[in-house]
Design a protein around this ligand. Structure first.
Ligand code: PHE
Length: 460
């Protein structure tokens, strides 16, 4: 077995919190509600949950297993498992491609959105939202979009925080921060649901979220649900392989993956419950896109008693949730660079972070200077998912509807067909034969088939 050069989690809890911290982020609180809004509500939520159980959970188990077996960066770990299984070492490209797409593509716009959150902490603390109605909140967001230097500044601040934490290493500070702050985020979210439940739009929101209208489900919507499941669980971009590599042998992977998937899904649904009642109460538009939580919640904070404090805390926690995810997006590339002679952790974090910052500028400009530039217009593509296909919209779609589904397919095929069954069984250490057969069967047959169908149908 490979000898690890990397630091390990200090305890099983630290690992769980880090993995949940990686999964829970903007994907749950910012992205999930607006994607649900754009895709018609409850039927989407059901399809989403189905994908989490049938595909997300097994792929998460596969990633942890590959990581723990390999004990190296995602690229190397996939290679180790491939070679030990007698398969081609070129499978490492699956790990490399994921780490590249996540660390560069996804992180680049993730950081921009997290930058909005940082900016909103200040606005909330300053009492900016007091007395807000839907026009005022939409107006504030528009002004934020139009302020290019501000957008660049907060994007830079967020990337810098990410670089510093990753540069310091796995255990220093981060584990403790996550352990304390994640439960706090949950408490604030639940209190927000409590507030939303008193608003007049609550009934409509419950209908929207829980009365399925299957006529809204098209193949493209299915693909979006799948991409959202991968995005939210933090899969296919090397993160969970990297985190698995820092895992001790006595941790139960199947159970941990279950806990991560369940918490992640619960927090997404709770966010929906907090946000949609406000959408209906204040006559906002559920399908308005990435600005959704910024326009809805600011109205709520502006109306409720103590809204300034509540709002400040909320955006602060959301920033923390985003940071515990962004560090996990940078980690795969950094651990890979680290393994190569001569590149230290700090240098690696700086190079990878700077690259993500640079690419992220293109997303920032998509909201202002370059909002009219449609990079795929040459190929006749001017709209993606109903939005003008500027750089940000294209990248966001490309990462979650193409890179992630294909990455998940490659991982499932690798684990199900090219990794040794004996090795997997041994690494998982599952005494329960049924559970192993179930997971293996899902990875070998159900995931590849379902992924192929959803990807092909969704793209044509
Ligand atoms: N899961 C994170 C979120 O929901 C984003 C993420 C994606 C993190 C991929 C790591 C890997 O915000």
């Amino acid at each position: 077995m490979a000898i690890s050069v990397h630091q390990h989690w200090s305890s099983r809890f630290a690992f769980l919190f880090a993995a949940v911290g990686s999964a829970v982020g903007l994907g749950n609180i910012w992205r999930f509600p607006y994607i649900v809004g754009e895709n018609g509500g409850s039927a989407f939520v059901l399809v989403y949950i189905g994908f989490v159980i049938l595909i997300g959970w097994p792929v998460l188990v596969a990633e942890f297993t590959i990581g723990r077996r390999g004990q190296m960066s995602p690229v190397k770990s996939v290679e180790v498992v491939a070679v030990e299984s007698g398969s081609s070492r070129h499978w490492k490209w699956v790990g490399a491609w994921g780490a590249f797409a996540g660390g560069l593509g996804l992180l680049s716009f993730y950081s921009m959105i997290a930058g909005w959150v940082l900016a909103y902490i200040i606005k909330a603390a300053a009492g900016t939202f007091a007395g807000f109605d839907s026009t005022a909140s939409a107006d504030l967001l528009d002004r934020h979009y139009a302020n290019t230097p501000m957008m660049v500044f907060w994007h830079l601040v967020f990337i810098a925080i990410t670089i510093v934490i990753v540069g310091r290493g796995v255990q220093a500070g981060l584990e403790k921060a996550v352990t304390f702050l994640m439960p706090l985020l949950l408490i604030i979210l639940v209190s927000l649901v409590g507030y939303s439940a008193t608003t007049s739009g609550f009934g409509q929101a419950i209908d929207f979220l829980f009365t399925p209208d299957f006529s809204r489900i098209t193949p493209a919507v299915m693909l979006t649900a799948l991409g959202q499941a991968f995005f939210s669980l933090g899969l296919t971009v090397g993160t969970m392989i990297a985190y698995g590599a820092y895992l001790s042998k006595d941790t139960n992977i199947v159970k941990s993956a279950g806990i991560v998937a369940a918490s992640d899904t619960a927090i997404a649904v709770i966010s929906g419950l907090a946000i949609f009642p406000l959408v209906y109460t204040y006559q906002l538009e559920p399908g308005e896109g990435p600005g959704l939580i910024f326009t809805t919640l600011t109205v709520a904070f502006g109306q409720m008693p103590g809204g300034a404090i509540f709002g400040t805390l909320f955006f602060l926690m959301l920033a923390v949730a985003a940071i515990t995810s962004s560090i996990s997006l940078l980690e795969p590339a950094v651990s890979y660079f680290e393994e190569r002679q001569g590149i230290g952790r700090w240098t690696a974090a700086l190079i990878a972070g700077a690259a993500a910052f640079g690419v992220g500028l293109l997303s920032v400009f998509s909201f202002n200077e370059w909002s009219d530039i449609l990079p795929l217009a040459l190929f006749g593509i001017t709209e993606v998912g109903g939005q003008p296909a500027n750089f940000y919209v294209v990248l966001n779609f490309f990462v979650s509807n193409i890179v992630m589904p294909f990455g998940g397919l490659a991982l499932a095929v690798f684990t199900g067909w090219f990794a040794s069954r004996k090795l997997l069984r041994e690494e998982l250490g599952l005494p329960d034969a049924f559970l192993f057969k179930l997971l293996y069967g899902l990875l070998k047959f159900v995931c590849p088939l379902a992924l192929l169908i959803v990807i092909i149908a969704g793209l044509i």
